[in-house]
Structures are given as structure tokens and as C-alpha cells.
Design a protein around this ligand. Structure first.
Ligand code: NDP
Length: 448
């Protein structure tokens, strides 16, 4: 038994912090976690989970329309934002309870308050109480970045979007990344007029160009408008409560809500980290080594606050690896190669591995296979929306080094296919697999 109050003190009960806490506790450590907002963190409370539920809710707009072609008499339907919002928020509260229960079951002490670091092995709670711990883990995640411009206080971020009192008739979304494209799809399906405003000329930088172009084309067909190379100048509140968004290089846009989705920054401010000697990078991310250890040997960090890959499953892996390494006598490193990702746009995108451009740069000689098709369901529905699957192969080894997909259920299909890419399977291995017919996924083993 050490002389410290706890073996591990975790700041932040999000995906990474909760996983690290419960695994360390299951290895026999005495663990405490402090959370100033709600247990569950960004993913559960104001991110992936409520977003995905809104995506499901939004998709009914198309399903109800398409149902007529499948023989269903569908009366004119009306969407009720209040009901969906309240149901989603109730589900979030249920999940928050389950996360709290998990911590309790593992005998983790939870402090529902802010904690800051006051020394290499000491934290202070908001009420002044000081607690010692052999190791401290910072898992405080990230926070939406709002660029500075006059009137930025009139904009909302992904933190507030789930709580909107009413559905805005006109929405302007700043940014062209994950959140912008996901919420553009959601609001558009609910009937709002959506305009995405981007400072550059590309959406979803980092994704394969052909896939991005396909989303752009489908989004425009669905009625989403885009303004490129149009940085925000200001937002003004009008007398009737509406907003005027002034842009560089473009006419002003009238809106009822402005959502800023311009990336997320590490949540490292005011935690006493620099005073304790913890090194941060130029974006405020905690610098850690491959074992998640900071420049102070007793202080560690996992998840978005380290700004490696800002994805929930990555934070969870990091939390698990940290706990196994330092409390389970099982040294574990996270493998960051071939992490699959998805954009839950309408239609969604799934991707793993290198884009065509990356593979060309890195490998030189590659082969690219594509399937550009209309899903059977879309054909009968009369929905002119084509899916695109793309496989990038190392020509020298026949190994599949990238898969990129846009179309119905693409993330669901991609998750399974990512196993093959991670395992280093070849195009011949895909070809040797008999197709499952009729499915969309069979395109992956029929690429010519
Ligand atoms: P992204 O990094 O995806 O996109 C940010 C967008 O904002 C880009 O278009 C970027 O333009 C633009 N931008 C950045 N800085 C500025 C600025 N100062 N002024 C104007 N525009 C700017 O961020 P999101 O906010 O959409 O999402 C945050 C993170 O959350 C994502 O990176 C992702 O890791 C995670 N996330 C994951 C999801 C998923 O897995 N499905 C869903 C939602 C979020 P440019 O391209 O020019 O840099």
C-alpha cells in the first residue's frame, strides 16, 4: 500500500478516462476520477452518440419518401424536433447513468467537480481539497475551436446544437470537416435550408478526393449550398432575432442559427499543467511518448488532449494501454496504423488506410479499383444517388493499402473490411472470397 491517497487520479471521465479508470481499478489499483461536466465526456454527452441518433432520425425523411415506391401509403409526415431532441437527451442521460454505474461497480471514487494539477503527484479539487496520487492521468479531451471574428458570440458549436429550442429554418455552418458535413445532412433532412461556408476550397481534407467530390455532388443535389474560400467576417444579430453572416468574397447570408465547426482544440488550459512542468505543443496538446507519459514522469495523458487521432475508439485504446501497462503488468502500445474512420453524412463515408494520392506519393506504383453503382434500393426508390467504392493496392505486393467508400451503410461495411486491410490481405484474397449476393458489400470482392 503506497502513502498516496490514490494509486491513480484521472482528470476527465470521457471515453479515455473512464476506460483507464475502470481497467486500472480491475487490476487492483485505488482509483479516483474527477469530472466537472457529465460522466461520459464528449462522445456520449455531446458528440458521437447523440449525433448518430440525430442521423437516424434525419434518415427517416428519405426512408418515408422512398417507402411509397415500395408500396407503402405514407400520409404526409410532419417532423417534431422537440420530441426527437428530448428523446435523444433522455438516452444520453441513461447512458451517463450507465457510465457512472460502471465506475461505481469497479469501486472508482468519482469527484463531480473540477480538478487541477498542483504538483507532480498532487491535484486540487474546486473546493480546495488536495489529493495525492502516485500517478495522474489527464483525459480532459478537446473543446470546439471558435475563430475570433466580430459577433462570434452569436454562433453555437456542437456543444449547444443538441439543445436547440426550435429547429432553425436557415442554418449556416462554418467549416468543411466532420461536424459540418454531418450536421448539414441532419438539418437538411429535417427541412432546414443549409449553407456550408468554408475558408478553403475542399471539404473533409484528408479523405480521398473522389469520395469527397461524390459527397459534395450528392449534398448539392439534395439542396445543401456551399460557399468556398469565404472566411467569416462577422455575424450581426438583426432586430427580428435572425442573423446576418458577412463573408469575405461572398454576399452576406441570412440565417436563424450559425454553427461553427472549425475543429477542436486540446482542453489543457487552466489545469496547472505548465506550472507542474508538463510540456505542451504549439496547439496546447500534452506531449506524450508512446506509453502516454508526459515530460513529468508521474503525469500521463490519453485521448484528444494529446491531439494524436481525435477519435473515441483511439482514446479508449490509449486508456486501456495505459492502465494495462502501468497497473496490469502488461506493457501495451497503441498501433495507430490503419485506423478506420467514418463521416455520418447523407450518405455516409467509411475509410481506412491510404488515399490514392497518399499511396501514389509513398509507394509510387499502385493499382486503383473503383465501383460506381446505384444501390438496388435506390434504383427502385427512383433515388438518383450513386455509391462509390474505391480500393487502393500496392502494385509491388498486391496488398490492399486503402479502402474508401461512400454510400448507404458504408461505415458498417467498412468496419468489417478494415480487418482485411489491417491484416495486410491482398487484392487476390478479396477476389478469392465468394460474393454475398445481393448486397452492396459484395462490390468489394468483385472489383475489376
Ligand atoms: P475538422 O477538423 O473535421 O474540420 C475543421 C474544418 O474547419 C475544416 O474544414 C477546416 O478547414 C476548418 N477550419 C479550421 N480552422 C479554421 C479557422 N480558424 N477558420 C475557419 N475555418 C477553420 O473539425 P470538426 O470541428 O468538424 O470536428 C472536430 C473533430 O472531431 C474531428 O477532427 C474529428 O476528429 C472529430 N469528429 C469525428 C467524427 C466522426 O468520427 N464521425 C464526427 C465529428 C467529429 P481546412 O480544411 O482549411 O483546415
Amino acid at each position: 500500500m503506497s502513502n498516496f491517497d490514490f494509486d491513480l487520479f484521472v482528470i476527465g471521465a470521457g471515453s479515455g478516462g473512464v476506460r483507464a479508470s475502470r481497467i486500472a481499478a480491475s487490476h487492483g489499483a485505488r482509483v479516483a476520477v474527477a469530472e466537472e461536466h457529465r460522466v461520459g465526456g464528449t462522445c456520449v454527452i455531446r458528440g458521437c452518440v447523440p449525433k448518430k441518433l440525430l442521423v437516424y432520425g434525419a434518415h427517416f425523411a428519405e426512408d418515408l419518401k422512398d417507402a411509397r415506391q415500395f408500396g407503402w401509403d405514407v400520409p404526409d409526415c410532419k417532423f417534431d424536433w422537440d420530441r426527437l431532441r428530448d428523446n435523444v437527451l433522455a438516452e444520453v442521460t441513461r447512458l451517463e447513468g450507465l457510465y457512472g454505474q460502471t465506475l461505481e461497480n469497479h469501486k472508482v471514487t468519482v469527484f463531480k467537480t473540477r480538478a487541477t494539477v498542483v504538483g507532480p503527484q498532487k491535484v486540487r479539487l474546486a473546493d480546495g481539497q488536495e489529493i495525492s496520487a502516485e500517478r495522474i492521468l489527464i483525459a480532459t479531451g478537446g473543446w470546439p475551436h471558435v475563430p475570433e471574428f466580430p459577433g462570434s458570440e452569436h454562433a453555437i458549436t456542437s456543444n449547444e446544437v443538441f439543445h436547440l429550442e426550435k429547429l432553425p429554418k436557415r442554418v449556416v455552418i462554418a467549416g468543411g470537416g466532420y461536424i459540418a458535413n454531418e450536421f448539414a445532412g441532419i438539418f437538411n433532412e429535417f427541412g432546414s435550408k443549409v449553407t456550408i461556408v468554408n475558408r478553403g476550397d475542399t471539404i473533409l481534407r484528408g479523405y480521398d478526393e473522389q469520395i469527397r467530390d461524390r459527397l459534395l455532388q450528392i449534398s448539392m443535389t439534395k439542396g445543401i449550398e456551399f460557399r468556398f474560400n469565404a472566411p467569416f467576417q462577422s455575424i450581426e444579430r438583426n432586430d427580428d432575432g435572425s442573423l446576418t453572416v458577412n463573408l469575405e468574397n461572398c454576399d452576406a447570408i441570412q440565417a436563424d442559427a450559425v454553427l461553427v465547426a472549425a475543429g477542436r482544440v486540446p482542453n489543457s488550459k487552466g489545469l496547472g499543467l505548465e506550472e507542474a512542468g508538463v510540456e505542451l505543443d504549439e496547439h496546447g496538446a500534452i506531449k506524450v511518448d508512446e506509453r502516454n507519459q508526459s515530460s513529468v514522469p508521474s503525469i500521463f495523458a490519453v485521448g484528444d488532449v494529446t491531439n494524436r487521432i481525435q477519435l473515441t475508439p483511439v482514446a479508449i485504446r490509449e486508456g486501456q494501454a495505459f492502465a494495462d501497462t502501468f497497473f496490469g503488468n502488461k506493457p501495451t502500445l497503441v498501433d495507430y496504423a490503419n485506423v478506420p474512420s467514418a463521416v455520418f453524412s447523407h450518405p455516409p463515408i467509411g475509410a481506412v488506410g491510404m488515399t490514392e494520392a497518399e499511396a501514389r506519393n509513398k509507394l509510387g506504383s499502385i493499382r486503383v479499383y473503383t465501383s460506381d453503382f446505384r444501390a438496388m434500393k435506390n434504383v427502385l426508390a427512383g433515388r438518383n444517388e450513386r455509391a462509390l467504392y474505391k480500393m487502393v493496392v500496392n502494385a509491388a505486393t498486391d496488398q490492399v493499402v486503402g479502402l474508401h467508400m461512400i454510400g448507404p451503410d458504408a461505415p458498417e461495411i467498412l468496419q468489417a473490411a478494415a480487418i482485411a486491410v489491417k491484416a495486410g490481405l491482398t487484392k487476390a484474397d478479396f477476389d478469392n472470397t465468394v460474393a454475398l449476393h445481393p448486397s452492396m458489400a459484395e462490390e468489394l470482392v468483385l472489383l475489376k
